[in-house]
Design a protein around this ligand. Structure first.
Ligand SMILES: [Zn+2]
Length: 383
């Protein structure tokens, strides 16, 4: 998600990374604090003082964000969920989970840990501002503490909005999940609620654009769009991992694939195999031995007038590690291979013995049917 993020430190075994987009928000906050906020709450000082206060405040905000994400990460690790790293980016911070939590209760604790930390920080900074006020009434630093107390409070409350990918969205899903014991259904409902929130954010943001506060409104629209996309992505991912859980290639492939011998002509392959069977991907076998495959791409490399005289054996693509997989490969692993390589069709073989073929279309078709069945199921339960 953040290919340009730069690793700045490792804390408790977690990589802390910064996406370049975070610099933009840091600069914006520094600018608005040094030119507006601090001159307002602490009038009569030099610009250099305001700039110093603003930089301290941004540093404090930065540390607060990291502590928020660290709490998610530490709790996740306690529950055995791997953390890929913590990244700060334009909309704040994110602790990237390497896998999904196994139970509703673990999801709940992992999600709530962040806002709890932000509430604690808000309270801590508020205490520091109060103590500072008693010790030295006119101390400029007190305003930095007060600002950090406020920003952490906002962070905690904002994150509790029940919309993915905010913590509140996960807490809400954990609640639905614990009630229905069906992660997929809980995700579907939480996703739907998230998109309502996202549309509301976008709507009020657009209204705000024309009534006074363009920067904050634009910000709101952007966050709305981000929430909308993230919510849809979460559901698609969840659907996929639930559908593919414990499934192997053998269970989802097309067995008894239509094949062609190497001695056949390309004309025969096109007219007698591909067209009547509606197959664009045909394994090539000799006796019981899998040699490779011929597809429409192979055909397109030979001039049409040469098809009758060209044999499949002269042009087919031989078996290799890229195009052939074993029957025991988990479906999720195949999905990852498809997105990493862009290849969409595979031979499934045990050694040189052909077992079947599998394509991205097979996987997607399975998902579509599954989703349809579950939706029907859900509608029945509601009515
Ligand atoms: Zn959080």
């Amino acid at each position: 998600m953040f290919s340009n993020a730069i690793k700045i430190a490792t804390l408790q075994g977690f990589d802390i990374k910064i996406d370049p987009s975070w610099a933009l928000i840091a600069a914006l906050i520094t600018w608005s604090l040094s030119t507006q906020f601090f001159p307002m709450v602490y009038p009569g000082a030099a610009f250099s003082v305001y700039l110093t206060l603003a930089l301290l405040a941004v540093l404090g905000f930065f540390v607060s964000l990291i502590l928020h994400e660290m709490s998610h990460s530490v709790v996740a690790r306690r529950f055995g969920v791997e953390i890929k790293g913590i990244t700060l980016f334009i909309f704040g911070g994110v602790a990237e989970l390497g896998s999904e939590p196994e139970t509703a209760i673990s999801e709940f604790w992992i999600a709530i840990a962040g806002p709890l930390m932000s509430f604690a920080l808000a309270f801590g900074f508020w205490l520091m501002a109060q103590a500072g006020g008693l010790l030295a009434h006119e101390m400029a630093l007190n305003h930095v503490f007060a600002y950090l107390a406020l920003i952490n409070l906002v962070l905690a409350v904002f994150n509790l909005i029940p919309a993915f990918p905010l913590d509140g969205g996960r807490i809400f899903r954990a609640y639905l999940w614990s009630r229905s014991r069906n992660l997929l259904q809980a995700t579907a409902t939480a996703t739907r609620i998230s998109s309502y929130f996202a549309y509301a954010l976008i709507f009020f943001g657009l209204v705000g654009l024309f009534s006074g506060n363009p920067i904050a409104s634009l910000w709101q629209v952007l966050i709305g769009v981000f929430v909308l996309m993230a919510a849809k992505g979460t559901y698609a991912h969840q659907l996929q991992s639930a559908a593919f859980k414990d499934k192997t290639v053998a269970a989802m492939m097309t067995p008894d694939a239509v094949t062609a011998g190497p001695e056949k002509s390309l004309q025969y392959l096109a007219d007698e195999v591909m067209l009547p069977e509606r197959k664009t991907f045909v394994p090539v076998i000799l006796g019981n031995v899998l040699l490779g495959y011929a597809d429409t791409e192979v055909l397109s490399r030979v001039r049409r007038e040469d098809w009758p005289t060209t044999r499949v054996g002269d042009v087919y693509t031989p078996v290799d590690e890229e195009n052939t997989i074993g029957p025991g490969m988990p479906a999720a692993e195949l999905m990852a291979k498809i997105s990493a390589t862009g290849r969409r069709k595979f031979l499934v073989a045990d050694g040189r013995q052909l077992l079947g073929v599998i394509s991205l279309t097979d996987l997607m078709g399975y998902l579509a049917v599954l989703q349809d069945i579950r939706l029907q199921d859900g509608q029945k339960k509601r009515s």
